[in-house]
Every structure is written in C-alpha cells, then in structure tokens.
Design a protein around this ligand. Structure first.
Ligand code: ASP
Length: 363
C-alpha cells in the first residue's frame, strides 16, 4: 500500500452510499466522557452513556456504521491487566463484524493499555485506534470530539484494505496517529498530549489524512505472526519498575527482590547507572542468586546501554537491555512474559525479540 494522502471524511462520505465502514467504539472511561464541572466520572448507565456520546457527536453515524459498547467507565488510573484482557477479548470476539475498532480511554495509562493490546492482539487483523481527550466531550472547548471523529476515520481505513499498515494497535491524539506501543503521555494540558519519541508517526490528520512511512516493517509483522510464541493473556503482578537516581537506595530495594518476579530499572538517559555504589552490585548479585531478571530501560534517545562503562557494567552483571522500548511498554512486556508458565525462562527467551514491533532492536 503506497504512502500517501487520503482525503478522509469527504471521500468517505462520497462513497458511503456504496459501503460504510463498520466501526466498534469501545468506551472505557477517562476525561473523554467525564462531567466537566466538576471534573468527575458520571454515574450513568451504559445506555445513557451511549446516548450522550451519539447526541454530542451525531455525525458519527454519517461517517461510519458505528456501534458503541461501554466496556467500563473508569479513570484510567484504575485500569490494569484484568481490564486489558477484557478489552482484548471483546475486540477478538468482534474481528469479523467490524472493519476497525476505536477504544476511548483515559490518557493517564493509555500507553500501558496500548502496549498490552499490541501484545494481546497479535496478529492484529484490523485497525485498533485508541484515543481520549484532555477536556471532556461535555466541555465547550474540548478536543474529545475531533479526536473521536479522526479516530473513527482512521479505523475506517480497514474497510477493503486487508493487511494495511494501519492493521495494528495505534493511538490517535490531536493530529497524529502513533504506533500504540511506542507512545508516552507528554502533557496533561496540551491537546498534543502524546508523543512517540523513538518511533515515527503512522499518519497525520490535517485537511487531509496522510499515511506516513510504515514503522512496522511488513517483514517483521509477517515474521511475528508466524514464528513468535502464543502467549496466554496472563500478567504477573510482581513486576516493579524503579527509576535509578544518584545516591540510589539499593540496599532498601534489594529487600524487595524475594517478592518480585522481575525488576525494571529506568536508567539515566545514556543507559547508565550509579554502578560506583557497592550496594547496587550487591543487589545485582542477589538478583542473580534468586534467578530474578532485571531489565534496563532508558527514556533517552539513541542509547545502546553499552557505550559507557556505567551502563556496560549493568549488562555484564546480567541485566537485560530494552533497546528503544518505552518504560511503559517494557513494563507491560515484562509482566506478560513473566505471567506465563515458567515465566522467567519465557522472559529470557523473548525479551530481546520483537513481538509487536516494540523497539527492542532499534536504537
Ligand atoms: N485521569 C484521567 C484518566 O486517565 C485523565 C484523562 O483521561 O485525560 O482517566
């Protein structure tokens, strides 16, 4: 499928007599559907919520054949592995009925859910677009309405284009479509609330919709669906992710190790760690004795983890490098692999393998 401009709404409406895309809109909560004054999760039945959505954005029904399902109605701070699996199951049970799926989600943990869905929905057979809003749909100056409309248009890209580059879990916000497992929330106030600092955008929405360079190379997608493991939708709840700091309290953290299945360190931007601290080496030695995997992730761009001695020492001590994975994605991937039977073996085998183009091998 060539990269190019797609006029979006106008052409979709021109051709809609012939065929309208069928879109499942899965509502999970967040600011998007909250009451505006005061900002709060409304006590509404699923039917009332659905009516509210269709009343505020009636064009949805013109744009596509949309069906709204209220999966849950929570601040996304209260969503986790159980809800990720529920959302994935709903989508999987509906693949055949829809051309694309839009998931409305709170922004705070959207990056985690997008990562989880990218692993759970392999191979992803339709566009699954997550979006949310910084201001509720009920507010006058809100981004909810346009985020929803564009997300529906992007999900409709699945109509008649099997195997398209948008057949993946993605996140739409403001005017950009990102690969889902590469996003991070960057602002609680800007309408451009998300970024994917280590992966190119998938599409831009302005006066037209421009599908950009594919970040998921078709070869790696094909390989993923053929050779990679089938994972059970089970997550370990004994994975901790901790920021390394100057003067890191390694002795205190070492005490946590027996209660964990895995530990992720968020290292300094070049992938370095305070390896001059003997307590940190003691912690790493204890982890080796316990067989506890430690992964190192960095928020910095371009780090390899081994350029500096202060990074290399972590890898030499047995820590696993996370490539260009975001911390959110690394956390979800570790929890998923460690949630499998013989999780530590599974993690060691698959940590450095691209399961969903999550960026392990890209610097
Ligand atoms: N706390 C909200 C949530 O993540 C924030 C939002 O939706 O923007 O559910």
């Amino acid at each position: 499928m060539p990269t190019g401009h797609w006029p979006g709404t106008l052409s979709a409406m021109r051709t809609q007599k012939a065929q309208k895309a069928k879109i499942l809109i899965l509502y999970t909560g967040g600011t998007f559907g909250m009451d505006a004054e005061p900002l709060s999760v409304p006590e509404l039945s699923p039917k009332e919520l659905e009516n509210r959505l269709l009343k505020r954005v009636p064009e949805l029904l013109q744009l596509a054949d949309c069906q709204v399902k209220i999966q849950m109605n929570c601040d996304s701070a209260h969503l986790g592995p159980r809800e990720w699996v529920e959302i994935a199951r709903t989508i999987e049970s509906q693949w055949e009925r829809f051309d694309g799926v839009v998931v409305l989600h709170g922004t705070d943990t959207l990056a985690y859910t997008a990562s989880a869905l990218s692993f759970l929905l392999r191979p992803c057979r339709k566009p699954v677009v997550l979006t949310g809003a910084q201001r509720p749909l009920a507010a006058i100056r809100s981004d909810a309405r346009r985020n929803l409309i564009s997300a529906v248009e992007l999900a409709a890209y699945g109509l008649g284009r099997p195997g398209s580059r948008l057949d993946q879990v993605s996140v739409f916000f403001n005017e950009t479509l990102f690969q889902g497992n590469r996003v991070r929330k960057r602002s609680a106030v800007d309408f451009a609330g998300f970024e994917s600092p280590k992966a190119p955008a998938l599409a831009r929405v302005g006066t037209s919709i421009q599908i950009l360079q594919d970040s998921a190379k078709s070869t790696s997608r094909a390989k993923s669906s053929k050779t990679l493991p089938r994972l059970q939708p089970q997550f370990s709840s004994r994975v901790a992710m901790i920021h390394l700091t100057p003067g890191f309290p390694a002795a205190a953290v070492e005490k946590l190790l027996p209660d964990l299945d895995g530990l992720i360190f968020v290292a300094f931007p070049s992938g370095t760690a305070p390896t001059h601290l003997p307590e940190l080496h003691r912690l790493l030695a204890s982890a080796r004795v316990l067989g506890l995997p430690i992964m190192v992730v960095t928020e910095g761009m371009g780090a390899t983890g081994s350029e500096y001695r202060a990074g290399k020492e972590m890898l030499e001590a047995g820590c696993l490098w996370s490539g260009a994975m975001t911390p959110e994605c690394a956390y979800v991937k570790a929890s998923l692999l460690l949630g499998q039977e013989r999780g530590r073996e599974v993690l060691k085998k698959w940590w450095s393998f691209e399961l969903a183009n999550e960026g392990v091998s890209i610097r």
